[in-house]
Design a protein around this ligand. Structure first.
Ligand code: GRF
Length: 189
């Protein structure tokens, strides 16, 4: 991935499906002078995603695609808007091989587990049911194989005896807000 040169920020799209708290965090990060990225487009697969409100709040262009048979339209829009980098943030659809190939090495994702442990869904309940002592989050490159691309950064947290699904999810999410910007800085600086 090209390093950041001069003051030009890397035009970035964030893909979401739900609450969008990572999106909000990334938008705030992107607006720091030293941030390597600007967020120019928000894409959601659902018009019900709460995170879309941040597009309005921060005046960022938003688009909704169901990701069924319109990936070419999405690629067209990304090209038109000169998007160079994609952050998945709570995005629940699986991108096609063709899509990933078109953005090879330029799509990253945040996942709420210590990958390669617990790929896919329900990571927190898996960690609790297995009585794990640690959980955490991972930022990684997106490849055709789910949650398997090269790891950029990872943060470990301790699971306490009194942690439940809710408390663990909150603790991990709090770390996600630090990890995602740190991973982006690592990529571009
Ligand atoms: C986060 O835990 C993220 O790691 C996972 O989905 C959750 C999304 O939360 N992929 P939010 O929509 O960013 O609030």
């Amino acid at each position: 991935m090209a390093k950041l040169t001069g003051l030009k920020k890397i035009k970035t799209a964030v893909f979401i499906s739900g609450t969008g708290s990572n999106l909000k965090n990334l938008i705030e990060f992107s607006r720091i002078k030293k941030s390597p990225i600007s967020i120019n487009l928000i894409i959601s697969n659902s018009n019900k995603a709460k995170g879309l409100n941040f597009a309005t709040q921060y005046k960022i262009k938003k688009k909704i695609f169901d990701f069924k048979d319109n990936e070419n339209d999405i690629l067209f829009l990304l090209k038109k808007d000169k998007i160079e980098f994609i952050c998945l943030a709570g995005f629940m659809k699986i991108l096609s091989k063709n899509f990933i190939k078109k953005f090879k090495g330029k799509i990253v994702n945040i996942h709420p587990s210590l990958l390669p442990k617990y790929k896919g869904l329900n990571t927190h309940s898996k960690a609790i049911n297995n009585k794990d002592k640690f959980s955490g989050c991972t930022v990684h490159y997106v490849t055709a194989e789910l949650d398997s691309g090269k790891i950029i950064l990872q943060q470990k947290i301790k699971i306490e005896a009194n942690d439940n699904l809710d408390s663990l999810a909150k603790k991990v999410l709090k770390q996600e807000y630090k990890l995602y910007p740190a991973a982006i800085n690592k990529i571009f600086n």
